[in-house]
Design a protein around this ligand. Structure first.
Ligand code: ADP
Length: 164
């Protein structure tokens, strides 16, 4: 059976930490599907369509990775519809672990046939989150090294359009 993993997230914006997890996942699974989910608790920086386009450009070099945008479904329902038998998530810290273990348990309850696989974020990226980077960007700090070029380019455009 093909090993297909869904990597769900809000990716708002998509960072090099997300990219690293995908690149490592692409070596483990036959296919990785990046699911751009709308997170109802977070105010969005880029629209789901903008995020999807930016991620598509960023993962173009990875043959077994594709991106889908997912508006309403439960993660496990989306995984089943996409034919994914694994969920991929990244863990940066104990804080992530506490949050992720509850989600894993709930997803296991809802769909025991779907296995969640966690990758530990590398030390280079385990201190960054989309929220922290947004805050630093807001106050003009230089965080370009944490974003893939296709994402940073759009951040700059957005910032320029505010300043006009
Ligand atoms: P969500 O809103 O679902 O938490 P995120 O876009 O914040 O979505 O994160 C998606 C996934 O990527 C999560 O599993 C998260 O732990 C992981 N992740 C976020 N930032 C990093 C990072 N810097 N390095 C590795 N994984 C990360």
């Amino acid at each position: 059976m093909k090993k297909i993993a869904l990597f769900p997230g809000s990716f708002d914006p998509f960072t090099n930490g997300h990219l690293e997890t995908i690149e490592r996942g692409a070596k483990i699974f036959d296919e990785v599907i990046v699911g751009v989910f709308v997170n109802t608790n977070k105010k969005s920086f880029f629209t789901a369509q903008e995020r999807t386009e930016q991620i598509e450009k960023t993962i173009a070099h990875l043959e077994n990775v594709r991106v889908v945008s997912q508006e309403t479904d439960l993660t496990v329902t989306a995984a089943k519809k996409l034919g994914a038998n694994f969920l991929l998530r990244g863990i940066r810290s104990v804080k992530d672990y506490e949050y992720e273990k509850d989600i894993q348990a709930m997803n296991h309850h809802l769909a025991p046939e779907i296995e969640t696989v966690f990758l530990l974020a590398s030390p280079e990226y385990n201190h960054i989150s989309s929220s922290l980077l947004k805050e630093v960007l807001h106050f003009g700090g230089d965080v370009r090294n944490y974003f893939p070029p296709a994402v940073y380019q759009e951040i700059v455009k957005k910032r320029d359009s505010y300043e006009k």
